[in-house]
Design a protein around this ligand. Sequence first.
Ligand SMILES: CC(C)(COP(=O)(O)OP(=O)(O)OC[C@H]1O[C@@H](n2cnc3c(N)ncnc32)[C@H](O)[C@@H]1OP(=O)(O)O)[C@@H](O)C(=O)NCCC(=O)NCCS
Length: 387
Amino acid sequence: MDAILDDIRVLDLTHVWFGPWCTMMLADLGAEVIRIEPPWGAIDRIAEGALFGGASYTFHHLNLNKKDLTLNLKDPQGIEIFKELVKKADVVVQNFSPGTMERLGLGYDVLRELNPGIIYAALSGFGQTGPYSSRRSFAMIAEAMSSHTRLTGERADEEGPPIEMAQAYGDLGPGTMAAMAIIGAIRYRDKTGVGQMIDVAQFDCMVAYNTAITGYTLSGLLPVELRKKFPRGRGVGGLLKTKDGGWIRLAAFGPRAMDRIQQYMGVELDDITKEMIEERTLEMTRDEAVEFYVKKGLPCAPVYHVDEAVADPHLAARGMFIELEHPKAGTVKVPNFPVKLSETPGVVKTAAPLLGQNSKEILTGILGYSDERVEELRKAGVTSFSS
Ligand SMILES: CC(C)(COP(=O)(O)OP(=O)(O)OC[C@H]1O[C@@H](n2cnc3c(N)ncnc32)[C@H](O)[C@@H]1OP(=O)(O)O)[C@@H](O)C(=O)NCCC(=O)NCCS
């Protein structure tokens, strides 16, 4: 069965989470994604404490289905090789700090000259223009400035300190937006032959995700003030403790949910308090409470640790985990592509690559270099192979 992007080649100059997540989405939809790392390894391969077969667990998570070519882009030969690859590619994705590609002589203007159909996605913290564009960034920088960190803190304690999101949603969300824009640009390129530049900023995307912003522009009130002035009457829930020390998340919002709550509590809606729900929940174990509320037709979940999520039978039934063989880390169990497409399913075939795992095959196969030339490039430190 064909995959959506199985005729698309992506040159992946990304690192850390934001860019690698974007290109992995493209790889899972069938694109040939060639991750290009310096011969000494990208920062995300070895940045985090524990290494599994020479790579961090985040590298294993975020680089499935990719090939790996090492190229020293500080060497003129490395630049030439990259330019030759651009002529044979559809998409370039990079998430260096703005200005880096231009300093390498690989800005969009240069790449467009080489290949007018090239789709060039520049991912960054603040975008390629604007007063902050030169700033470096990680997810938490955009989360902080788009006020998510403040909002998370206020939910825990109105007067308390800001609290960061547990995962880097300031990478994963914008990375997904970038993949969406690239697929749209491929559609446009296929119709017109013309590529384009895509400028994705974490800050812009995180602002776009923040509904509290429109709450503010409409009311002039900050979220805490808005909640106080207009308390949400038609819902109960939250994180609730159970008698075995567990937690559940009940999310009973909307009139139908409230009717169901009213029926089982046997009291008038206005008399139902959060304390009543808390007490009722404390009489049950976690699993009993989940079953109880789910049977009442209410959205309810156990609050899992990671190990419980991995062992969940529903996820197993949905094929959400797969096991892949990695040459050095052994069997790696990872999440599958999460969205099901009936005609062109996403497919995860290979574990994260070793550093330089595919250098030779790319240089000989795509560029037609001889084995001797590849060996010279290796000796000159322009490329390297995995051992
Ligand atoms: C993540 C980030 C903070 C890291 O900062 P950094 O480690 O200083 O890296 P930069 O992107 O500024 O620069 C990368 C350097 O590696 C070099 N480099 C990258 N690939 C290379 C290669 N294959 N060969 C040789 N050099 C290479 C670049 O030329 C650049 O060198 P320079 O500083 O001399 O110009 C920064 O890349 C950034 O802000 N990115 C945009 C936002 C983002 O994606 N953040 C990560 C979210 S997970």
